[in-house]
Design a binder for this molecule. Structure first.
Ligand SMILES: [Zn+2]
Length: 459
């Protein structure tokens, strides 16, 4: 805990609210500047650019960024020269394939020579990728890049009817409510950003009624957070027969993959379908759900490549090249996520962005069966299990698979039978089911759905 955090945690609630609002004002004035709103208009205008104009824009931005990288970064100059790649003469995006893919470790190891040496330190912010312990990355992000990222996110929100003055309940990973606080309120208000930050750490059986009461009092129309947290709130409400006394209009989720049993419980309790979005701190890919429920790649935001996986021809590695971060260029960056493409690439919304069927998440979200077959898409196992609050699948070094399950109060023996059926119909593995009170989250507050310690998976 920093000194600032220590002082904050000792303040009375009303002063914490003031402190949050002061910090909020600072962030809001940086994030939502005049330049932001000018850019936002531009970005909204290009949302439905016809396919040919979009691919022209995409190519132009790609080439401009490659040229900037070549002219300002020692690493990229050297790399392009070695591969005889000439960005000035580039005529086709396919020429990019001559250059190697980059992983997070490549960026970390070469950061010093990769950054744009002409960008002044004061004109960037420090961006931090969450990642599990040790795998995080800190890199310089230009203000322009931060603006563009937020503008693209807001474009997607606006498309669903959310506006800049819609109040939002956010479940964040930050300890905005001190952990040792035992009594409500379990939220703090950031008025300048129209946000009510709810603590995900206090969300449990004992406190759920006070959460519902706070929502009912404030009638917050929009909920945003990790799907595991929102699903947790939904299932706590369900098992305690609690209901909101007003309709929530929007639920947006981020950071984790949305699993089928989570959609089910969220729809069941809140009566609406969560709106999905894929984005990451590295500005290399953004995928937004449209009004028709289709997931479109935001082609104007970055240069996204879908590189087929070895196993299956409709599963792709999501690879992206950045368009907006002058401070550090990301070239053919492997997000480590796998997506599948929708067969029918047309959508009534008319957007030209490629349509993704599902975001399957990390490529190590597999377990390995007795015969060596790797199986992904494991969330389908829990599809029928609406009384499961949280779940995690862990394959141990010897191949044994443990299904960790947090039951809701309505979970019965019948659910266990269904779970066993679902597991055995899909997986030929040696397994056990372990019931636990809670599943540890990552530092960023994420619930990792699959953990593999299996030696056979280290390819
Ligand atoms: Zn669409």
């Amino acid at each position: 805990m920093s000194l600032q955090e220590k002082i904050y945690s000792r303040l009375p609630v009303f002063l914490q609210n003031i402190a949050c609002s002061m910090k909020g004002r600072e962030i809001a004035s940086r994030r939502y500047s005049r330049e932001f709103f000018d850019l936002f208009e531009k970005i909204r205008d290009r949302d439905r650019l016809p396919a040919d104009e979009m691919s022209e824009l995409r190519f132009r931005r790609l080439r401009d960024n490659l040229i900037t990288a070549y002219e300002t970064s020692e690493y990229y100059r050297d790399l392009f020269d070695r591969h005889a790649f000439d960005p000035y003469r580039m005529e086709d995006p396919d020429e990019l394939l001559r250059l190697p893919l980059h992983r997070k470790a490549d960026i970390k190891n070469n950061l010093h020579s990769m950054v744009n040496r002409t960008v002044e330190k004061g004109s960037t912010i420090k961006a931090t990728t969450s990642g599990t312990t040790g795998s995080g990355l800190v890199f310089p992000m230009s203000h322009a890049c931060e603006r563009e990222t937020w503008a693209v996110w807001w474009r997607y929100r606006h498309n669903h009817g959310i506006s800049f003055d819609t109040w939002c309940a956010i479940f964040g990973a930050r300890s905005i409510v001190p952990l040792d606080q035992q009594t409500p309120p379990f939220y703090r208000t950031i008025s300048p950003m129209r946000q009510v930050l709810f603590s995900m750490h206090h969300l449990n059986r004992r406190n759920i009624a006070s959460y519902v009461e706070a929502f009912n009092k404030m009638q917050i129309p929009w909920i945003h957070g990790h799907p595991s947290t929102i699903a947790n709130m939904a299932s706590l409400m369900h098992e305690n027969d609690l209901r909101l006394n007003y309709p929530v209009k929007y639920i947006t989720i981020g950071s984790e993959n949305l699993l089928e049993h989570q959609i089910e419980i969220i729809e069941n309790v809140f009566g609406i379908t969560p709106i999905q979005h894929y984005g990451l701190t590295e500005p290399v890919a953004n995928i937004s759900m449209c009004e028709h429920g289709k997931l479109h790649i935001d082609e104007d935001y970055s240069f996204v490549e879908l590189v087929p996986t070895e196993e299956d021809d409709n599963r792709y590695h999501l690879i992206g090249t950045s368009f907006s971060n002058d401070a550090l260029f990301f070239l053919r960056y492997d997000t480590n996520d796998i997506v599948t493409l929708e067969e029918d690439q047309s959508c009534p919304c008319g957007r030209s962005g490629r349509i993704i069927k599902s975001i399957e998440g990390r490529k190590d979200d597999y377990i390995v069966m007795r015969d060596g077959t790797r199986i992904g898409r494991l969330s389908t196992i829990f599809r029928r299990l609406t009384h499961v609050k949280e779940a995690q699948i862990r394959q141990e070094a010897d191949g044994h698979v443990i299904f960790f399950v947090v039951k809701s109060a309505k979970y019965t023996d019948e659910d266990e039978t269904v779970l066993k059926e679902e597991i055995e119909s899909r997986l030929d593995v040696d397994y056990s089911i372990k019931y636990v009170d809670t599943i540890p989250k990552t530092k960023g507050g994420k619930l990792k759905f699959v953990i593999s310690n299996y030696e056979g998976n280290r390819k």
